[in-house]
Write a protein that binds this ligand. Structure first.
Ligand SMILES: NC(=O)C1=CN([C@@H]2O[C@H](COP(=O)(O)OP(=O)(O)OC[C@H]3O[C@@H](n4cnc5c(N)ncnc54)[C@H](OP(=O)(O)O)[C@@H]3O)[C@@H](O)[C@H]2O)[C@@H](O)CC1
Ligand SMILES: [K+]
Length: 489
């Protein structure tokens, strides 16, 4: 089952389509949601533990009341007066009329119960939050955050904008958030990262085809990765697995191209050629017994402007060209980037190549595939957004770029990495500080190139390469001393 990532509007549309077009009554969806939540809640609940369920005025509150019914154990519930409930919540309320295990508490009682509660279920607001939280709801949220209870939010932490991840004046900080049907974009960005400790996504019976038709982003998890990993045929030869040319390096940054090349080789490329400045040729010849080496004229430790001449004879020889690792922000980098595009083959722009193309973004529109792997700072060179604008809205940034450059696959690297192509997007949500060190990006570039050689599909290679890269980071218990080596399992 795919886990999807939606904006608030997409999530609402998916609900609406399921209810009105697929004729699945909303109460059935709510029952699925509540049954699934109850199972998860029970796993975290101590026998005899005191549980307090906070319900708001909409269907999120309806989920809370359904959970109270399904728990089948004594619990306290705070709920608004029946006249201000949504229709479905009202039906849930009626179902509790004869229930003797559910005790409704007043606002004041709820505040005092909070002090001894073992668990608080946050069903105040979900996808329908529309303005700042004030008054009693704010007081309740502040009290939850001050309590020692284990807090589970239903669907969305109440107070969090589901799309932007901004807090609307007050917000529940949860130990666990059970996302209904899909993860919301706001849970992965901005304040969303701080208020949701752990996300668990629950299927509630909304048909997967609805998400597919809405073109929602897909979580890149192990299930998805298995589908993407290229299969190597036993009767393949080195040509089958691709010929890569990696252009990069400088006197002070020869490690970057070395790491990228090693990662490419270890990721299964058929043959690998590195093109580096003359001044580091001999160093690399010592380090890279696995790659063929070509070198071009250097100046002050970088490629010279005339180094490009060597590339003129290379047209048609390679399946993938990578450019950028350790090249520096030099005039020659700009020249080489343009020349690399003339090789008319799939080209991966990493690091300084993303900087070098910024004056000629029109060159990114080619009739062959281009992969770009910028981190957030490098992304500022590729779009008209500032660093903070990209951080605020990484999903929109990737969508906008991919719509403008349909032949490009963009890998926007940060604690969550987004991989976009046309209207498709994968989201890798495995933040790990092990990858926050020099060389990580170079290795990712190499892994993607190695995998491209084996599948010849830029979006697939970028997605599976990004996933494998993050798996490498999980190998060590202490992320600070992690040494990166590509793996294949
Ligand atoms: N539909 C489905 O298929 C399923 C939906 N499910 C569940 O429904 C949830 C979405 O339900 P929902 O649309 O009723 O929104 P929800 O957030 O509960 O409340 C909206 C209410 O709050 C009010 N309100 C808003 N902001 C406020 C504020 N700051 N302070 C005070 N009031 C405020 C708002 O008032 P209004 O803006 O209309 O004036 C309205 O009355 C979703 O997250 C999931 O949990 C599941 O059961 C599975 C099936
Ligand atoms: K909630």
């Amino acid at each position: 089952m795919k886990t999807t990532i939606c904006t608030a509007a997409q999530a609402r549309l998916a609900d609406k389509t399921a209810i009105h077009e697929h004729k699945i009554p909303s109460l059935i969806l709510m029952e699925h949601a509540a049954l699934g939540c109850t199972k998860i809640i029970q796993k975290h609940l101590q026998p005899g533990g005191q549980i307090l369920i906070l319900c708001g005025p909409g269907n999120n509150g309806g989920d809370g009341l359904a959970i109270a019914r399904l728990l089948q154990r004594p619990c306290f519930v705070y709920a608004p007066k029946a006249s201000s409930m949504s229709n479905d919540e009202r039906i849930q309320w009626d179902m509790l009329e004869k229930n003797e295990q559910v005790h409704f508490s007043s606002f004041e009682e709820t505040l005092s119960l909070m002090q001894n509660a073992d668990m608080v279920i946050d069903a105040l607001f979900g996808n329908g939050l529309s303005r700042n939280i004030e008054g009693n709801y704010k007081t309740l949220i502040d009290a939850v955050n001050a309590s020692n209870a284990f807090v589970i939010s239903i669907d969305i932490n109440s107070g969090l904008d589901a799309t932007t991840g901004k807090i609307l004046n007050a917000c529940i900080i949860s130990d666990l958030t059970i996302c209904l049907d899909c993860i919301k974009t706001g849970q992965l960005i901005n304040d969303g990262k701080k208020v949701c400790s752990k996300l668990e996504c629950l299927s509630i019976g909304i048909p997967q085809t609805i998400h597919a038709s809405l073109k929602t982003a897909i979580l890149l998890d192990s299930e998805e990765a298995k589908q993407l990993l290229p299969r190597r045929s036993n009767d393949g030869h080195k040509g089958t697995f691709g010929k890569a040319l990696m252009i990069g390096g400088s006197y002070s940054m020869h490690g970057a191209i070395t790491m990228a090349a090693r990662a490419c080789y270890q990721s299964g490329i058929g043959t690998l050629t590195c093109f580096v400045p003359d001044c580091i040729h001999d160093i690399l010849a010592q380090k890279m017994e696995f790659a063929m080496l070509k070198s071009g004229e250097d100046k002050n430790g970088y490629f010279s402007n005339t180094a490009i001449e060597v590339l003129t004879k290379e047209t048609g020889k390679y399946d993938i060209v990578t450019i950028g690792n350790g090249m520096g922000q030099q005039e020659s980098t700009k020249e080489l980037v343009q020349k690399a595009l003339q090789l008319s083959t799939c080209t991966l722009f990493d690091a300084d190549a993303c900087w070098a193309i910024r004056e000629h973004p029109e060159l990114l529109r080619q009739d062959f595939s281009i992969i770009l792997t910028p981190h957030i700072k490098e992304m500022t060179y590729l779009c008209h957004r500032s660093l903070s604008e990209i951080l605020q809205d990484p999903f929109g940034t990737v969508q906008e770029f991919c719509a403008s450059y349909p032949n490009c696959t963009l890998v926007l690297k940060s604690d969550i990495t987004l991989i976009g192509h046309k209207d498709q997007m994968y989201v890798l949500h495995q933040p790990n500080s092990a990858l926050a060190k020099g060389g990580s990006g170079d290795i990712l570039c190499g892994i993607i190139a190695g995998l491209y050689g084996q599948c010849r599909n830029a979006f697939q290679a970028a997605a599976i390469g990004t996933y494998i890269h993050s798996c490498c980071a999980k190998q060590k218990k202490d992320p600070a001393c992690f040494m990166q080596r590509p793996i294949r399992k």
